[in-house]
Design a protein around this ligand. Structure first.
Ligand SMILES: Nc1ncnc2c1ncn2[C@@H]1O[C@H](COP(=O)(O)OP(=O)(O)OP(=O)(O)O)[C@@H](O)[C@H]1O
Ligand SMILES: [Mg+2]
Length: 275
């Protein structure tokens, strides 16, 4: 956890995208991907982002973490534009693969090792998390010896062990069957209650977004802008039973309608726009 500093703007969101736009320019094509996206999450808030495939969600995370530069707009943490992106964010990219030749424990320490922590200290930090992540006893196994859900939890462990206050998760459960996925959502809820990171989660699953989040953003077809924002007013702690509540069902149909319409638009405009 970062220490609070006197000049910190206490009212500012923990993380904020302010009117972020992005174009990819090559000699022949200009592709406008993000159009003045503004999104925010307060400290300890869980925020989900849904939008049609290819609309620019992963690009947005790459901009937040500094892997890509925005064409316009700012990324702010605690009210100040970020410069050294690495120090604030733990990022689990869409295809976060484990290295097959490294044991599970050595996969989970990878992020720390890349940052310069020696392997012994890195292991010491990762080890206590194995129980929470349902991986106790599998430290010395190889990734192929784990189930799909366990592999995702190992990738998540590798992300959170870096001890950053803001977590960026790009479809962390995307590759799982629906039963495992539901179990992972419940488990995710539990660890979030415990660790209280500020989370931005990209997902295609509307029910997952509602179940986990304080707020859900729906993005438009590319170039993505914010089409709809809804606050999820369901009490915490939540169980899967919240899916029967009227508020849940209302949100689900509003989000579904917005997402369907944008997905339809995105299929109509399948070809890259040349401007
Ligand atoms: N480095 C790049 N150069 C050029 N175009 C890019 C680059 N990265 C992404 N794009 C384009 O930007 C658009 C958005 O891609 P992005 O991966 O952000 O979408 P997404 O919303 O994450 O999609 P999905 O839901 O399928 O993961 C796509 O048309 C993609 O081809
Ligand atoms: Mg993506």
């Amino acid at each position: 956890m970062t220490m609070s500093q006197p000049d910190l703007d206490a009212a500012a969101p923990k993380v904020e995208l302010r009117a972020v736009s992005k174009r990819f320019d090559s000699k022949k094509h200009q592709l406008s991907v993000l159009d003045q996206i503004s999104i925010e999450a307060a400290a300890e808030e869980f925020v989900s982002i849904i939008g049609p495939s290819g609309c620019g969600k992963s690009t947005m995370f790459n901009i937040i973490t500094g892997l890509e530069q925005p064409s316009a707009g700012d990324v702010l943490v605690d009210g100040s534009p970020v410069t050294g992106h690495g120090e604030h964010f733990a990022y689990m990219p869409q295809k976060d693969l484990l290295f097959p030749w490294r044991r599970v424990i050595d996969n989970t320490t990878l992020g720390l090792e890349v940052q310069g922590t020696n392997r012994r200290d890195a292991r010491r930090r990762a080890a206590p998390l194995f129980e929470t992540f349902g991986l106790e006893g599998f430290e010395r196994h190889y990734p192929w010896q784990l189930s799909g859900g366990m592999r995702q939890r190992a990738a998540l462990l590798r992300t959170v062990v870096q001890d950053r206050s803001i977590l960026l998760l790009d479809e962390p459960f995307g590759a799982l069957d629906s039963l495992t996925r539901t179990e992972m959502q419940e488990w995710m809820m539990g660890v979030w209650e415990q660790f209280r990171w500020t989370v931005l989660l990209i997902t295609h699953d509307i029910r997952e977004a509602i179940f986990l989040s304080d707020r859900v953003y729906v993005l438009t077809a590319r170039p993505a802008s914010v089409r709809l924002v809804v606050d999820v007013e369901l009490e915490r702690p939540r169980s899967l039973n919240v899916a029967r509540e009227q508020h849940f069902l209302d949100l689900e149909s509003r989000l579904m309608e917005a997402l369907r319409e944008e997905s339809r638009r995105s299929q109509l405009g399948e070809l890259p726009t040349v401007e």
